[in-house]
Ligand binder design. Sequence first.
Ligand SMILES: [Zn+2]
Ligand SMILES: [Zn+2]
Length: 463
Amino acid sequence: MLGNWSLGDYFKKEQLPWILDFFTKDLGLSQEKLWVSVFEGNDQVPKDEESAEIWKKLGIPDSRIYFYDAKKNWWSRTGSPDEMPIGEIGGPDSEIFYDFGKELKLHENSPFKNEECHPNCDCGRYMEIGNSVFMQYKKIGENKLEELPQKNVDFGGGLERIAAVVNGDPDIYKSDLFIGLINELERNSNAKYEDKKRDFRIIVDHIKASVFLVANGIVPSNKQHGYVIRRLLRRSAIKMHKIGAVKNIIETSRKVANQVVDTYKDRYLKDNNALDISVEIGDEVNKFSGVLDKGIKLIDKLINEGRKIDSDLAFDLFQTYGFPLEATEEYLESYGKRFTVEDKIKYDDRFRKHQEISRTTSAGIFKGGLADQSPEVIRLHTATHLLLAALRKVLGEHIVQKGQNITKDRSRFDFPNTQKLTDEEIKRVENLINDIVSKDLPVNFNIMPKNEAENTGAIHAFN
Ligand SMILES: [Zn+2]
Ligand SMILES: [Zn+2]
């Protein structure tokens, strides 16, 4: 989103000519292609004649100036003038649309063909490329607004849309902000964008969002921001699977991620290492791809047997394979099937019960911490610290202690990871720990302030 603000400085008579200049002189758009909208007024606020007059003076004819009601051309945080509480500010806005032309017959071929076409029509002929919001009024009583002493302008413009318009093609995915990603995906699959537009768009959009999240330091996980990346990449992986022709989902995700960095490296991603980002994306897709294959094979099999994928089957898929509900829902879509609302409620119910059971189980059987201070327990305690360090080396920094319990006979250590460890990973963890143990290093302890301890590189699970 592009924007500019005036806080009590320039207003309509400066801002509207400037933005028109930007579109026609800087970007070279033909003024004949530009249409504008203005607030038509209501019983509380007058028609925005001021903006309409400015547009006319700038050479936009009456026939390309459209007046709309508060639903389209009024801004406040709470909605139309009558929805505004007393004390709230708001004002009219003026939008600029680019006309892709009658010749494309977008309107005639749309569901709106029986209605009249106009700038806010949803047929796609007109694309809104900018909106100037004029914060001009304050509500002072029931049905009563007055002019603010200090007026503001908030302009917003869509970068991708503007790129599409300059490109002369309403498809933003064909602008140079996306075409590199689309081409990369085509190169790595036997499918064509023209045949699978929706799937291609979802894939590149989701990978692009993930790249920006990773570039901002978010790591895929099961929580908060980390879970957003996880879901974005899972959806993209399922779609790649769905178009059926992607040669290698992990490698392709990595390559598309690289294209994102390439596209934005001069502006937004200049301080980021492209390799780090694409490796992170590839690793996350890799973690999911095994689960994806198993889950999808099973769903295919069940559907071929004529079975309905209901809440019970979906829950089994989750419990047995770690195949998440959203993946089941997404994949069912490719069969033209839907997971019903009732199924979803039942699933959530089972999921909650499952969580409760595992909570009470761990509370009852395992009490956290150490059983006693016997030499066996102390030894296992130290070994558990080595285990955490080794797991972080082998699996990554996302490994933290989620719970632990040590008795004379064994140590239990809980940590989050999306997948079961492979034999090879377990071996590497064992070797790392045994290496340290065999060095017979001196063990000592030191009491120090928390921040000093953290400076030594110590990690902890307490906040
Ligand atoms: Zn239309
Ligand atoms: Zn400890």
